[in-house]
Design a binder for this molecule. Structure first.
Ligand code: ATP
Length: 436
């Protein structure tokens, strides 16, 4: 069940070390966040799960890690310098700023309630501009990329030449993007610095509708496989008037956030817009020559573009649950094992020196395979609850019998089942249960 309040998740993230407000000791820094010891593990797992499905398990997609700093030429060709804008309005009454297209009622200020108080909308470019080198000014201007996608388009020829791929094939990238959002908010849903997971899939023009459909379905299935409940996920096709100028079709994968349906990912049929623009502006040929048919063409591109940080939040909301165990309320994150920060926690029943060597031995068996936590302080019940709250699927308890029978207890986060297994078969047993 998705948590019905953001507060549960925001508190949990702070209390357990998933996500902290950035620069907190200086009073925080406007909608930026730092990922703590558990958050960094989970975010890596989200990105890794995406990479596994988009690159590792396919033979038609290759990876890329392109630069974040980029020259204006790229953004001129892509259209971002011209068009990557949001309509900004100010309330004359309270001076708050809003994105016009995100207001429920464009005539009423959501902050102070004033009517007809907004200024004319101004187009505000979302790209962060900075300067490369010691001299500020024209010629030294660079931009922080507002999306990872352009890295794939500008490297199209390099990758075609070096990877031995031919359409249909894709280029995938995961990394930071930056947008000077007018109204960041809703925790990590909309931030100015965030991570994206994007893939550009280049296809023969005649196949683009078919591949667009394919990727819509693939991408929806990815979220479901990793534990988003079916009734909290939908595909929404854009209406004709919502489409970007280059797109012939776009669908959003949407999640039921506490404030309603909102976007996790966009899947767009971008046609040949990007390669054609970069060919025009750079003077390079960005096309494919099919030796078999003797045909030369500019591939069309299908783009599934997701946000890693936003998606992590959706996984957290979906996984959050409260139940009762032995008459006590329990908070539990029912995360898919692939996403859980720790897969296994090794817990010696007591901190006594007699148990430490065998508990350390168990840890050393499991640690090379999976990310593990090791915790030997406090009562065992409290330690189980802590692991439940951070989503650890399996706990391994080492007790005094272990010294005699060389067996340990595996406890399951969701079923609460406890089974005794010999240390010798522990890794196999954990592997079966985690099914990763
Ligand atoms: P929106 O309409 O919400 O501003 P968008 O349609 O401009 O988003 P895209 O350019 O399609 O977003 O980016 C792809 C994905 O990147 C989004 O679906 C989202 O998951 C993520 N994303 C975009 N902007 C942000 C942001 N400011 N903070 C966090 N994630 C973001």
């Amino acid at each position: 069940m998705p948590a019905d309040s953001m507060e549960d998740i925001v508190n949990l993230c702070k209390r357990r070390g998933f996500i902290f407000p950035s620069a907190e000791i200086y009073g925080g820094f406007r909608s930026t966040y730092d990922y703590g010891p558990l958050g960094v593990l989970m975010l890596r797992n989200v990105k890794e799960a995406w990479w596994r499905s988009m690159v590792q398990l396919r033979d038609d997609v290759v990876g890329l890690d392109a630069a974040i700093l980029s020259p204006p030429a790229i953004w001129e060709a892509s259209g971002h310098l011209q068009n990557f804008t949001d309509p900004l309005v100010d309330c004359r009454s309270c001076n708050e700023r809003f994105r016009l297209d995100k207001l429920d009622d464009p005539n009423v200020c959501p902050n102070c309630g004033a009517k007809e108080s907004f200024t004319e909308a101004r187009q505000f470019n979302l790209m962060f501009k900075t300067y490369a080198g010691p001299v500020e000014g024209a010629g030294a201007e660079v931009y922080l990329r507002p999306e990872t996608a352009q890295g794939m388009f500008v490297n199209f020829a390099n990758i075609l030449q070096t990877s031995r791929k031919k359409p249909p094939f894709g280029i995938a990238q995961v990394g930071k993007s930056f947008r000077n959002e007018i109204t960041p908010g809703n925790f990590v849903f909309r931030t100015r610095e965030f991570e994206q997971m994007e893939m550009e899939f280049f296809v023969p023009p005649a196949e683009s509708a078919e591949w667009y459909d394919y990727w819509r379905n693939e991408r929806k299935a990815w979220y479901l496989d990793l534990g988003i409940p079916p009734d909290a996920l939908r595909l929404r096709d854009h209406d004709a008037d919502e489409l970007s100028h280059y797109s012939s079709a776009t669908s959003d994968v949407e999640f039921m956030f506490p404030w309603g349906w909102d976007e996790l990912e966009g899947i767009a049929n971008r046609g040949d817009y990007d390669l054609t623009q970069h060919a025009k502006f750079s003077g390079e040929k960005l096309e494919y020559f099919d030796q078999a048919s003797g045909e030369r063409y500019v591939p069309h591109c299908i783009e599934p573009a997701a946000g890693a940080t936003r998606t992590m939040m959706a996984f957290l909301l979906s996984a959050f649950d409260e139940d009762e165990v032995n008459g006590e309320k329990r908070s539990v994150l029912r995360l898919h094992p692939r996403l859980a920060p720790y897969k296994v926690a090794v817990l010696p029943l007591s901190k006594k020196d007699t148990l430490t060597p065998v508990a350390r031995e168990v840890l050393s068996l499991v640690q090379p395979r999976w990310m593990c936590d090791y915790d030997e302080t406090q009562a065992i019940g409290r330690r189980y609850r802590r692991q439940d709250e951070i989503g650890t699927p399996l706990c391994v308890t080492v007790d005094f019998d272990t010294l005699e029978d060389r067996a340990v207890t595996i406890r399951d986060r969701d079923s609460l089942e406890q089974v005794r297994v010999p240390i010798d078969s522990l890794v196999d047993e954990l592997a079966t249960r985690l099914a990763l």
